[in-house]
Design a binder for this molecule. Structure first.
Ligand SMILES: Cc1ncc(COP(=O)(O)O)c(C=O)c1O
Length: 382
């Protein structure tokens, strides 16, 4: 679907249309599993597991417009979106090439479930770009990457991978959760399928679990078919909350971008932080690529505190504005230690090898005042 308005207008109105008099100004909640059928009709029935409840349909339309996709579908979590998007393009015996820099839950899905279902997987370190081409086999059907990575905020060169995927007739799937369509729209750079955990920026209030897939009509048709049989449809109330949250998506992401930049710049001046990972900083290894690809550098900052795990724990205990919790992209700033969350299964040496030593803090900047976030961090340093 082509977007006729800006991203902010689209996030609020979708494709604006004049409503009839006395109808609600916002989409009401259709908290109904089923809908009355016209007698004798052979049209598709309306049933919430099928993804055709008005709340699900309205939300998906809006998101497709934001990503510049033909169609989109919402499901019950980001994990469901990742699973179904891959199952839509992979069959037993197929080969998947995945970036090494991915969410731990996705890694468990790939290694624990996909391999069990006969899908072969090769992991590539995006820092060795030649390895992508080397990994391609006759049975390779898909490449999967996260556009912005957790927790060191590396930026993956999506246009370069899109070229390789097109050359070989392979589908390129991009998890764009950390960027949101405000900062990066993978389909504009040649990706075939976008996956997002709507739990994060799309909803933005830390009160919903949801996910979405956007792409061509044919791919979304297949994801929808899988959703109907495997069953992870989004509940109408969660869909309604997500649509409501999405109305402020542009505002929230722009504020998170500004806050993260302010925090990253401040943290860079503090000797207590051994390193600050933020793609908006010139010191970041992907700053040039980020400046070329992204409309905003994002709301997440990686901070390495001197003194390792004990110092990090003490630091977190003294924060008042910033909440110590996993997840990200809510209006409230959240901080977590990857050693206890996403990187828990790894040894301390493995974590350090990935640039995530003990003492690493991942800060998701929310929509508070930048000054208050900086004061909170400065207070905890003292
Ligand atoms: C990049 C990324 N993708 C997918 C997911 C899974 O999303 P959900 O928790 O909504 O299932 C997460 C969760 O943190 C994530 O960080």
């Amino acid at each position: 679907m082509t977007r006729r308005h800006g991203l902010s207008t689209t996030a609020i109105h979708g494709r604006p249309r004049r409503g009839a008099d006395w109808t609600p100004a916002v989409t009401p909640i259709y908290q109904s599993s089923t809908f009355r059928n016209p007698m004798g009709s052979d049209e598709e029935v309306l049933y919430t597991r099928y993804g055709n409840n008005p709340n699900q349909v309205e939300l998906a339309r809006k998101y497709a417009l934001l990503e510049g996709a033909e169609r989109a579908i919402f499901v019950a979590s980001g994990m469901a979106a990742t699973a179904l998007a891959h199952l839509a393009v992979l069959r037993p015996g197929d080969h998947l090439i995945s970036s090494l820099w991915i969410y731990g839950g996705t890694r468990v899905l790939f290694d624990g479930e996909f391999i069990r279902h006969g899908i072969e997987i090769t992991y590539v370190d995006p820092d060795r770009p030649r390895d992508w081409r080397k990994a391609v086999r006759k049975n390779t059907r898909a490449i999967f990457v996260e556009a912005l990575t957790n927790p060191v905020m590396r930026v993956v060169n999506v246009p370069l991978l899109a070229k390789l995927a097109q050359e070989h007739g392979i589908a390129l799937l991009v998890d764009s959760t950390f960027a949101s369509p405000i900062n990066f729209r993978p389909l504009e750079h040649g990706a075939d399928i976008v996956i997002t955990s709507a739990t994060k920026y799309l909803n933005g209030h830390s009160d919903v679990i949801a996910g979405a897939v956007a792409g061509s009509g044919a791919v979304i048709e297949e994801v929808t078919r899988l959703m109907r049989v495997w069953g992870p449809s989004i509940d109408p109330h969660a869909a309604w909350l997500t649509e409501r949250g999405m109305k402020t998506l542009a505002l929230r992401v722009e504020r998170a971008n500004t806050n993260a930049m302010a925090v990253a710049k401040w943290a860079s001046t503090r000797p207590e932080f051994l390193a600050v990972h933020y793609p908006g900083l010139r010191s970041h290894p992907d700053h040039a690529l980020a400046a070329r690809l992204l409309d905003g550098y994002g709301g997440l900052v990686g901070l390495i505190l001197e003194g390792g795990a004990p110092a990090a724990q003490k630091f977190v205990q003294h924060l008042k504005v910033i909440t110590h919790a996993p997840s990200l992209a809510g209006v409230e700033s959240l901080i977590s230690e990857p050693r206890l969350t996403s990187h828990k299964p790894l040894t301390a040496e493995q974590r350090a090898g990935q640039g995530v030593p003990d003492g690493f803090l991942r800060l998701s900047c929310g929509c508070e005042d930048a000054e208050d976030l900086i004061n909170d961090l400065a207070g905890a340093l003292q």
